[in-house]
Design a protein around this ligand. Structure first.
Ligand code: GLN
Length: 309
């Protein structure tokens, strides 16, 4: 029998000795304040068990992990029409790169690089006021996690708004190609707020369960998305969820995952569980350094992977 709790304790213990813990994101001033000594991890299983270790109950900025949830919402709103405005190929470039956008005429490579996620936010905005849409996103995530305490960290949202010049450049560029349908400030308002949602590892693992359970949220017994859509969202997480480190993550971990520059990673184990890990120090691709190491240790012991090996 797999003793997941002992396994998490061992991982936490092993990583506590790690001196090279990566570098916290400093291009968003509010995130630069984070302490890279944090480490937390949680596993939620589809049959209702929960295992956690370290700082698993401490909220952190989910950042780009929010893009999984807004992608789910956008597909719910406009279905496959989304793929006319954003691709589904790995980009092979940094998450905030602008170079491909010109060549590809304002259509971003995938929904997880910043440009693609901004298009997705524009779709979710759907002619509403940003405030309403931001509320809709938070309510959706609260339903997924079955937890009404999930909030936006307004200081992080403000900090991103004040310094998000690159994202503003991407948004303006896409607007010039007609691929944003709302004023740039409104779409970015939604994007910055979704990135500033704060969640704990426990909340995040619970919120990912619908993707491990064929589209059905086991916490509330409600259907979130059809099964075929789960397959697609998980595929994009696997191929694009770690930006230019996605190949490496698939190679080393072998499960669909999405990282954020707050140091969180959400991982889906189809038909079994959702895992969230948080450690704010990042590798050069902007993915949590200890988070990735922890996941490698976990899959080595559990044998969890999507390749049947
Ligand atoms: N809010 C961050 C940004 O736009 C998200 C990036 C990330 O988490 N990779 O730069």
């Amino acid at each position: 029998m797999l003793d997941l709790q002992s396994l998490l304790n061992d991982i936490s213990q092993t990583l506590s000795n790690q001196t090279d813990r990566g570098k916290v994101a400093d291009y968003i001033p509010e995130l630069a304040k984070q302490d890279n000594q944090h480490f937390g991890m949680a596993i939620a299983t589809i049959d209702g068990q929960l295992f956690s270790t370290g700082d698993a109950f401490e909220p952190f900025s989910i950042q780009s992990i929010s893009k999984v949830f807004t992608l789910t919402m956008a597909l719910g709103k406009i279905g496959d029409k989304l793929w006319e405005r954003v691709g589904r190929e790995p980009s092979g470039t940094a998450f905030n790169s602008i170079v491909q956008l010109e060549q590809e005429r304002g259509v971003p490579r995938n929904p997880f690089i910043n440009a693609g996620a901004i298009v997705v936010s524009d779709v979710v905005l759907a002619d509403h006021q940003p405030k309403e849409t931001i509320g809709e996103i938070v309510r959706f995530i609260r339903c997924l996690a079955d937890d009404d305490s999930i909030m936006i960290d307004e200081d992080v949202a403000q900090s991103e708004g004040d310094t998000g010049f690159r994202n503003a450049a991407l948004a303006n560029y896409m607007r010039a190609f007609g691929n944003l349908h709302h004023p740039v400030e409104e779409t970015l308002d939604v994007y910055f707020h979704q990135c500033a949602i704060a969640m704990t590892c426990v909340q995040l693992a619970r919120s990912g369960l619908y993707l491990a359970n064929g589209g059905m949220n086991p916490l509330t017994a409600s259907k979130v998305v059809p099964r075929h859509r789960v397959r697609r969202i998980n595929a994009i997480m696997m191929t694009c969820g770690h930006y230019d480190g996605s190949g490496e993550f698939a190679f080393c971990v072998g499960l669909p995952g999405k990282s954020g520059v707050g140091g969180g990673i959400l991982v889906i184990v189809p038909d079994k569980a959702a895992i969230a890990v948080w450690s704010p120090g990042l590798d050069p691709n902007g993915n949590s350094k200890l988070g990735t190491m922890a996941l490698e240790m976990l899959v080595a012991k559990t044998g969890w992977n999507v390749f049947g090996a």
